[in-house]
Ligand binder design. Sequence first.
Ligand code: ASP
Length: 335
Amino acid sequence: MLNRRKFVQASFLSSAALFFNKTIIAAGSSDFIKNNPIVLSTWGDNVKANAEAWKILSSSGRALDAVEAGVQIPEADPADQSVGYGGLPDRDGKVTLDACIMDENANCGAVMFLENIMHPIKVARLVMEKTPHVQLAGEGALQFALANGFKKENLLTPESEKAWKDWLKTSNYDPTTTPKLLEQKNVPGQQNNHDTIGMIALDAAGNLSGACTTSGLAFKMRGRVGDSPIIGAGLYVDNEVGAATSTGVGEEVIRICGSHTVVELMRQGMSPELACKRTVERMIKKRGSKIKELQVGFIALNTKGEFGSYALQKGFTYAVQSKAGVKVYNSKSIY
Ligand code: ASP
């Protein structure tokens, strides 16, 4: 039987492919584009987010504005239980959000453990632009958002509340994200544990930017912060080299400064795909069997508009939009 996540992914991918009249191809590579502008996002469902970013990129807008606009699509979508509104809550039943943004000049901003704000990415951008800091957390981030005109909203939907109540029956925290293992374990409420959006873009002027936003791992401890709002872990941009972003079990990404590592490997001359692969291999070298059941995926883009990905497990997809059209790729993986 298909679990929920597999079902959503399978049905979405086929309808997205039909809608855009494009093929889903087997493994990621830069085979259909060498030029800018271009935008890519973790997970195939995010063709919708890319389309929003594309409105800006295709009219010669700035990559920074494009990624900020693009990731607001899943942030506001209650059906996406991994980002923003409708995100699965922590173990206390509270939706807590993490986000960061970075531009071509190494300007960056982040919020973490933020509650009741629909668009954490907009707050992250304001942290970048209006404060002397890079990161604001929890109550302070909320105060800053409210002072800047954001409104408090209840982000816990009935569906996510139900998933949490189902999970409470066992209260067994399990960041396993391999669909097959989730199916075997049949953990209540845990069928859709993660799916952060990380988006990276190269604009017509040749500048790179990125954004990453998530409700984090489902049923995490209260106060837990993952990789997604950490510059260098969940996202990194260097306009001389490229950009990278990640999804999956954030603790594993943080340990190796994942996105920064991908960018540094590209600096040494590796293709985006090889840089992602070597980064995943480093993770395995350090952690071995401890991460055998976990998922982590990276996507990367260089200054030429070449892109690629790599993941620990099968099942990681990413979405790309450029002048050549829209595509969803199945990432290569180690396992
Ligand atoms: N990376 C996110 C985190 O650890 C989870 C995800 O990708 O869904 O919070």
